[in-house]
Design a protein around this ligand. Structure first.
Ligand code: GLU
Length: 452
């Protein structure tokens, strides 16, 4: 087939839109990747001939199922659950489970697609998947959460397995939910295997898994800064979110010398000009992770800070923005405001937190900008290390795991640099680098398998 016969980018994207009606998040994620990959494969006929990108952008399967459970008042409740298995060319499917009211098939398809590239970047043998349910854990009792998790796993167990698909946590799914799901899987299958990651350390979890995503984000930012001869000392960071990723990114950024001045949740954001410290972070972990209470309470404990209800932190003057909440939380206007205020770097702790418009603005401005699939890959990377520990039945020490995490983040950074360096400028386009490096690994494996 001649190169000139291939469809162009607009035609390809029109096809994606047509095949996935009503799925804007999925289309957005594919578009972001396709913009770079089309350029890269323009002179590589084999990838066109074997329709590699189109095949990666068509999940291997989407399983959708009913999840029935009983609330504490005896009402029968109904949710929809999914597992999207996007691609297993380089290893068993791998990716988190999200419980949130905003979960739809589109959201999970975008996340599974992104996960495929992210997991490839880690260098570990993991394919891409994502799952979840439109279940809102807020205000649910512990027993309601347990019954929901058990019901969810009662269907999911037939689609997953240590060599098949290894889920983990994501928004709304932490160690407690993983514990309930693991317990149910073990009970149904009568087997103790590494079917989930993010487990408690006492039953096969890896040290540092909880911290890994946030820590990795901070390490990645430090690697980016090094390319410009900068360090993080005294740099002002605006972080959004107040969950696992945000709190651990804030913790490591603080340890590396930055001043973290914001955190946010669905009720608003906290502006603490003095910056977070170990004491404030310990309070936050207890207050947020433990009780899931509103950030508004922060001001009572630390009266120097200000709480700004119903707003996000992107209007605050900062050197670095670290969106760690959720998809599309930072739009074009936010990006313009950050740039006007002198922000020099944006590093994504969440998955796809910046809209396409914001991404284009950051790229045009030439600031340091790292997409989640590179910067937040530390979480799934340590999940990969958990799989290794389970397979060999030999736990590692926290230091061993963190040392490996640092190396993996540096390797991801190097791959972005290798494929994303703009000629002659020494500047790195991290989006392009991550997309091409991730694509190449998965694509070359797919080519080896022929048409399957
Ligand atoms: N949910 C996390 C992510 O977005 C982690 C997935 C995993 O550990 O499998 O990468």
């Amino acid at each position: 087939m001649a190169v000139s016969d291939h469809v162009d980018l607009p035609t390809f994207l029109a096809g994606v839109r047509k095949r996935n009606p009503g799925q804007p998040e999925f289309v957005q994620a594919v578009q972001e990747v396709a913009e770079d990959v089309f350029d890269y494969i323009a002179d590589k006929a084999v990838y066109h001939e074997y329709q590699i990108l189109r095949r990666i952008a068509e999940p291997d399967r989407v399983v959708s199922f009913r999840v029935c459970w009983e609330d504490d008042r005896g009402n029968i409740r109904l949710q929809r659950g999914w597992r999207v298995q996007n691609n297993n060319a380089i290893g068993p499917y791998k990716g988190g489970i999200r419980f949130h009211a905003s979960v739809t098939e589109s959201v999970l398809k975008f996340l599974a697609f992104e996960q495929t590239f992210k997991n490839a970047l880690t260098g570990l043998p993991m394919g891409g998947a994502k799952g979840g349910a439109n279940f809102n854990p807020k205000g649910k009792s512990d027993h309601e959460i347990m019954r929901f998790c058990q019901s969810f796993m009662t269907e999911l167990y037939r689609h997953v397995g240590a060599d098949v698909d290894v889920p983990a946590g994501d928004i709304g799914v932490g160690p407690r939910e993983i514990g309930y799901m693991f317990g149910q899987y073990k009970r149904i299958t009568n087997s103790f295997t590494g079917v989930l990651t993010g487990k408690g350390v006492e039953y096969g979890g890896s040290p540092i898994r909880t911290e890994a995503t946030g820590y990795g984000v901070a390490y990645f930012l430090a690697d980016m800064f090094r390319t410009r001869g900068w360090d993080l000392d005294g740099k002002v960071a605006a972080v959004s979110g107040a969950g696992n990723v945000a709190l651990h990114a804030a913790e490591k950024l603080t340890q590396l010398g930055a001043r973290v001045v914001t955190l946010s949740d669905s009720t608003g954001f906290v502006h603490d000009r003095k910056g977070l410290d170990a004491e404030k972070l310990a309070w936050l972990k207890e207050h947020k992770a433990g009780k899931r209470a509103s950030l508004a309470g922060y001001v009572a404990a630390f009266p120097d800070a200000e709480f700004c209800p119903d707003r996000r932190p992107w209007g605050v003057e900062c050197d670095v923005a670290v969106p760690c909440a959720t998809q599309n939380e930072l739009g074009g206007d936010d990006a313009r405001e950050l740039l006007r205020n002198g922000c020099v770097a944006v590093v994504e702790g969440a998955n796809m937190p910046c809209t396409l418009e914001a991404v284009h603005l950051f790229k045009e401005a030439g600031i340091l900008y790292a997409p989640g699939k590179a910067a937040n890959a530390g979480g799934v990377a340590v999940s990969g290390l958990e799989i290794s520990q389970n397979a060999t039945r030999r736990p590692w020490t926290p230091q061993q795991v963190e040392d490996e995490l640092v190396k993996i983040m540096a390797r991801i950074h190097d791959q972005c640099a290798e494929h994303g360096e703009r000629f002659g400028t020494g500047r790195i386009d991290y989006v392009r680098g991550a997309n091409i490096a991730g694509f190449k690994r998965v694509a070359d494996a797919m080519l080896a398998f022929g048409v399957v």
